[in-house]
Write a protein that binds this ligand. Structure first.
Ligand code: AMP
Ligand code: GLY
Length: 424
C-alpha cells in the first residue's frame, strides 16, 4: 500500500512513524514532513495547504491512502479533492470540517440539537458587538469565528478588555478574515478535558481522555499556544462523566452532523469543560490535537492503519479498539520567544542513548535536517513522550528525557501533569 501523510508537526511525525512499521506499507510520503521524518519516510516539499499540488503528487505517485490531519487542508477541502481523484482518505470532508473551521457553525449545531455548551451570540457588526459587550456578564469570552492558530480566543475580565477584543477581532487586526465574525460567550468554570474520538459518521469510539496545557507559562499564565504538554488519561474524567458525555455530547454530535447532511468521518476532538452543571463543549476540532495525538495514540493497542481504514470504509463498528492501561506524559520543548517571535536554525543536540523509542521517545515537531544535524525550524520543536504504569512515573521520565535534548533558548513548562497528580 502506498501511503501519504499531510503535514509536518509532532502529530504527523507520530502517525507516520507508526504507519512506517506496518508491513503492508510499501511506500510512505510526508508532505512536507520535518527533519526527523526523513528517518522513516520520504519528505516531499509540498505545503499542506497546496491542495492542487498534493493532488497532482498523489495521482502521479499512485497513492492508495492519505491521512490528512492539519486543520487548514481539511478546511480547504483536501479530502474532497483527493477522494474525487480516487484516493481514499482518513479525514473529514470540508463540509464536516466546518465543525472546527467555523465556531458559529459549531455553536448553531449545538444549539439546534441541545448539546451542552456555553451560551453564545454571534456578531459581525462592530457597533452591535460593542453594545452587547458593554452589558454582558463578566468575565466573558470573545472568539474569532474562523481558524486562528490558537490566537482567536480572549478571556475578558473587564469591560475595557472586552471592548478591545471586539475591536481587534472585527477590524481584522488580530486574525484577519477569521475574526470578521465573532462569538461573545458565557465564561465556563471547571476542569478541561480533551477527548479524541474516531468516528465513521455513525459509530463513535472515544479514545483515552487527556489534559492539554495550553498556556506558555506554568500554572496557566501567559498567552495560549498550540499546546505545551499533555497527560493521558485525564484523572478527572471519571466513568460517570464518560457515560454522560457519550449520551449527551458525543453521539448527539455525530447524529447532528449526519442529520445536517455533513456526516463526520475521521478524528473528532471534543474540548470539554467539566462544569458544576455537567460537561459542556468548549470547542470541537476536526482532527487529532497536537500534542494530544502523540500522547493518546501510544496507548492504542489496535493497529493504527486498520483503525484508519475502518473509519474510511464505514466499518468502525466491526473493529475492536483496545487500549493499554498505562499513563503517558508529553512535554513540549519550544523555541525561546514562542508563541511570539523566535529564532530558527539553532542546532539541536539529542542524546540518543537516553531514549529507547518505546517507553521514552523523541517526537520531532519543528525541526529540519541540515548537513550539521538537526536544527530548529518552528515554535514547538521537540516533544518528549514517556509511558509508564503510573502517571507520576511517566511525568518523571518525560522530564528526565527533556534534559537530554538541548538547543539554545529551549523552553519547556515544568508543571505538565502537576495539577493532575496533586488532585487525583
Ligand atoms: P478554544 O480555542 O476555543 O479551545 O479556546 C482556547 C481556550 O480558551 C480553551 O482551552 C479554554 O481554556 C478557554 N475557553 C474557551 N472558551 C471558553 C469558555 N466559554 N469559558 C471558559 N474558558 C474558555
Ligand atoms: N492542542 C490543541 C489542538 O491541537 O488544538
Amino acid at each position: 500500500m502506498r501511503l501519504m501523510v499531510i503535514g509536518g508537526g509532532g502529530r504527523e511525525y507520530y502517525i507516520a512513524k507508526r504507519l512506517a512499521k506496518d508491513p503492508r506499507v510499501t511506500a510512505l510520503f510526508v508532505l512536507p514532513g520535518n527533519g526527523g521524518m526523513r528517518e522513516f519516510a520520504s519528505c516531499v516539499d509540498i505545503k499542506a495547504t497546496d491542495i492542487e499540488g498534493i493532488k497532482a503528487f498523489a495521482v502521479n505517485e499512485k497513492i492508495d491512502f492519505a491521512v490528512v490531519t492539519p486543520d487548514d487542508p481539511l478546511a480547504l477541502g483536501a479530502v474532497d479533492v483527493l477522494e474525487a481523484a480516487g484516493i481514499r482518505c482518513f479525514g473529514p470532508a470540508a463540509s464536516a470540517a466546518r465543525i472546527e473551521a467555523s465556531k458559529s457553525f459549531a455553536k448553531a449545531l449545538m444549539q439546534k440539537y441541545g448539546i451542552p455548551t456555553a451560551q453564545s451570540r454571534c456578531f459581525e457588526d462592530m457597533e452591535e458587538a460593542l453594545a452587547y459587550a458593554a452589558g454582558c456578564p463578566l468575565p466573558t469570552v470573545i472568539k474569532a469565528d474562523g481558524l486562528a492558530l490558537g490566537k482567536g480566543v480572549f478571556i475578558c475580565r473587564t469591560r475595557e478588555e472586552a471592548a478591545e477584543a471586539v475591536r481587534e477581532l472585527l477590524s481584522g487586526a488580530r486574525c484577519g478574515e477569521s475574526g470578521k465574525r465573532i462569538l461573545i460567550e458565557e465564561f465556563l468554570e471547571g476542569l478541561e478535558v480533551t477527548m479524541l474520538s474516531l468516528t465513521d459518521g455513525r459509530t463513535l469510539v472515544p479514545l483515552v481522555s487527556s489534559m492539554d496545557h495550553k498556556t506558555i507559562g506554568e500554572g496557566g499564565v501567559g498567552p495560549n499556544t498550540g499546546g505545551m504538554g499533555v497527560i493521558a488519561p485525564n484523572p478527572f474524567y471519571t466513568e460517570d462523566i464518560a457515560r454522560e458525555c457519550m449520551e449527551r455530547i458525543f453521539l448527539p454530535t455525530v447524529r447532528a452532523m449526519e442529520a445536517e447532511g455533513c456526516p463526520f468521518s475521521g478524528c473528532l476532538y471534543f474540548g470539554l469543560m467539566l462544569t458544576a452543571a455537567g460537561p459542556k463543549v468548549i470547542e470541537y476540532n476536526c482532527r487529532f490535537g497536537d500534542p494530544e495525538c502523540q500522547t493518546v495514540l501510544p496507548l492504542l493497542k489496535t493497529d493504527l492503519l486498520d483503525a484508519f481504514l475502518a473509519v474510511r470504509e464505514g466499518r468502525l463498528s466491526e473493529l475492536p479498539i483496545e487500549f493499554e492501561d498505562k499513563a503517558v506524559c508529553c512535554v513540549v520543548l519550544a523555541s525561546g520567544g514562542y508563541p511570539g517571535s523566535y529564532r530558527k536554525g539553532l542546532h539541536i543536540n539529542i542524546d540518543p542513548a537516553a531514549f529507547d523509542g518505546a517507553e521514552l521517545s523523541v517526537v520531532h515537531a519543528g525541526t529540519r535536517l541540515t548537513s550539521a544535524g538537526y536544527a530548529t525550524a518552528g515554535g514547538r520543536v521537540i516533544n518528549v513522550v514517556a509511558k509508564a504504569q503510573r502517571l507520576e512515573d511517566a511525568v518523571a521520565m518525560a522530564y528526565n528525557g527533556a534534559e537530554k535534548v538541548k538547543f539554545e533558548g529551549a523552553y519547556y513548562r515544568k508543571d505538565i501533569g502537576a495539577s493532575a497528580i496533586r488532585n487525583s
